[in-house]
Write a protein that binds this ligand. Structure first.
Ligand code: FNR
Length: 332
């Protein structure tokens, strides 16, 4: 362990390769005679009260250390140049240090689309502090029960979390996104959150970063729990019937534009990536990462054209096949 938990997370997240990614068990039915030209394809979407030019974003990662400051500054530069949203890591790292440089991301006159993140273990006042410091377009509130339970210094009390959520809804003046951290949000939680007034959830499922693995590496224990939770595709399939009343966002194991499109076909309105972008900024310079992300933006259009979809909404009509574990768990 280093003396900074956030730096441990970065190190272990980069070292981990999930043994299973549910997107590999999804195949999209393409169209050999499309209605649209490539130039007609529109990637724009809308969620959490905001219009976005692109349906993917850099999801919550880091803050609260010197390493985090360097990473966040690169992420901000990439997000602004590519016109995509950046969500910072949990603001809890800065609660006792409001001058923390790793969260000073929005420079004057910048066009950066910025959101931030806080844990539901914190009361809504912590969320208000994050809003004041960052002026985000929305606030992600994360739920990470198994991570807390596996962390030696983690939370042990959870029964007040629903009350916390109700208070966030009542007191936070920007849209709230209730977010998992890679364990896959269950339908009952989504329904309860909706009943409390939540309109957007990031189901963040298994298949990419595993916070069970990360904490088990830190404590050198309980590796039998590394694969805890539901896969991203299974979580999306489970939540499908709620998608007309709750905006679904998807993250967890999204590696490239084809995974993004699959998540959008399965009902997501937006798609978040953490580890793949972290790996890019740790191994390439900012200009190269920008080029890769701009290529992704072009590739999304190519895939949509071959699926005969002009808009992100059209993707919901695409048929697909499920294989392997997904096929056994979801018989026709
Ligand atoms: C995360 N994630 C995360 N989530 C959150 O809500 N608050 C946080 O502070 C963090 N911190 C964090 C640090 C690092 C280094 C990583 C890689 C991830 C979880 C993240 O937002 C996402 O839900 C999962 O990582 C799954 O997505 P990927 O990594 O498979 O794309």
């Amino acid at each position: 362990m280093t003396n900074n938990r956030k730096d441990d997370h970065i190190r272990h997240a980069l070292a981990y390769q999930s043994p299973y990614n549910s997107f590999d068990d999804v195949e999209l039915i393409h169209c050999s005679l499309p209605d649209y030209d490539l130039a007609e394809i529109d990637l724009s979407t809308h969620f959490a009260g905001h219009d976005f030019a692109y349906p993917f974003y850099i999801n919550a990662m880091t803050g609260g250390s010197e390493k985090a400051r360097i990473i966040n500054e690169k992420l901000a530069q990439i997000a602004e140049t590519c016109g995509i949203l950046l969500v910072t890591g949990s603001y809890s790292a800065a609660l006792n240090n409001p001058s923390d440089a790793s969260f000073k991301l929005k420079k004057e006159n910048s066009d950066l689309l910025l959101a931030t993140n806080i844990g539901l273990d914190k009361p809504y006042q912590a969320g208000l502090q994050a809003l004041e410091a960052l002026q985000p377009i929305f606030l992600q509130v994360h739920v990470n029960v198994m991570q807390e339970l596996l962390m030696p210094e983690g939370e042990r009390q959870f029964s007040h979390w629903k009350n916390h959520l109700a208070e966030y809804v009542k007191n936070i003046p920007v849209p709230i996104v209730l977010k998992e951290v890679g364990f896959g949000m269950d339908v009952k939680t989504i329904q309860q959150a909706y009943d409390l007034g939540i309109k957007t959830v990031d189901i963040s499922g298994r298949g990419g970063t595993s916070f069970a693995y990360i904490e088990n590496q830190r404590s050198q224990r309980r590796h039998y729990l590394d694969q805890w939770g539901q896969s991203t595709v299974q979580a999306l399939l489970n939540a499908h019937d709620l998608s007309d009343k709750v905006e679904l966002l998807a993250s967890g194991g999204i590696r490239h534009p084809l995974d993004m499109i699959k998540a959008l076909v399965l009902g997501a309105k937006g798609v978040g990536l953490s580890r793949p972008i972290l790996e890019l900024v740790e191994t390439k310079d900012v200009a190269e990462v920008i080029e890769i992300i701009q290529q992704w933006q072009d590739d999304l259009k190519r895939i949509m054209c071959a699926l005969n979809c002009r808009t992100i909404e059209d993707l919901k009509t695409v048929n697909y096949l499920l294989y392997g574990k997904l096929a056994s768990a979801n018989p026709n």
